[in-house]
Ligand binder design. Structure first.
Ligand SMILES: [Zn+2]
Length: 229
């Protein structure tokens, strides 16, 4: 009743197409969600990003397990949604995507992790944005998988700035020593979560730190993977 009244008094619009949301829809309408074009098979996105990591960083950097919901292009509806999540303060979108990612992982029967770890932002960037979008996504994943969310077990040691527009060599150099152990300890099977993966430089660097500080294994989960255009 109250929920119905709230819907009438404060109608929400889809952050992508700006149409009024139906009851039961949150942040994004079901038409837009349908237009995001998920990978056709549950393991297809993970395989695509493992292949990219292999080609850039070699076999030792490739995670044993990886999941991804969508192929990503630098325009279109998914780009608008990711932009809203990252820069427009629409952080409930992160939880929404995180839940979908958690359901994908669960559907492959491999959801038992000791910790779900978001790729951290540098503390200066976090102050500027006031939240870490990857932490919101990781929260949604943790909720579905029933595993604990662990923050502050890895942190950014240098302010790397944006990776956007950098060449691969520059991205690698940019990420050298970019992470250090955080104040919380880590052990067991870890799932590392981020929003978009392009070359994998950031996640590989964060995973290396987690493995050096006690994680047994680090699997990767991202909402979207930038395919070569
Ligand atoms: Zn829409």
């Amino acid at each position: 009743m109250i929920e119905g009244l709230r819907h009438i008094l404060f109608p929400e619009v889809c952050v992508v197409c700006r149409k009024l949301l139906e009851k039961g829809e949150h942040q994004i309408c079901s038409t837009c969600f349908g237009d995001f074009n998920r990978y056709p098979r549950a393991d297809a996105g993970g395989n695509a990003l493992r292949k990219t990591i292999l080609s850039h960083f070699g076999l030792s950097a490739v995670p044993a397990e990886a999941w991804c919901l969508y192929p990503y292009h630098r325009n279109g509806k998914l780009h608008d949604a990711m932009h809203a999540l990252k820069y427009e303060g629409i952080f409930p979108l992160g939880t929404l995507f995180g839940r979908k990612l958690g359901e994908l992982i669960q559907s492959t029967g491999k959801g038992a992790f000791d910790s779900i770890v978001p790729v951290p932002l540098h503390s200066l960037k976090r102050i500027e944005r006031s939240y870490n979008q990857s932490e919101k996504i990781a929260g949604g994943v943790a909720e579905v998988l029933g595993s604990p969310l662990s923050t502050m077990c890895v942190e950014r040691s240098i302010f790397t700035g944006s990776q956007t527009g950098l060449t691969l060599a520059a991205r690698r150099k940019n990420m050298d020593g970019a992470f250090r152990p955080g104040r919380n300890s880590i052990k067991g099977r870890v799932l590392l979560v981020d929003d978009v993966l392009t070359t994998g430089a950031t996640m590989v660097a964060a995973a290396t730190t987690l493995l050096e500080t006690g994680a047994e294994s680090v699997a990767f989960a991202v909402v979207a993977f930038t395919e070569k255009e």
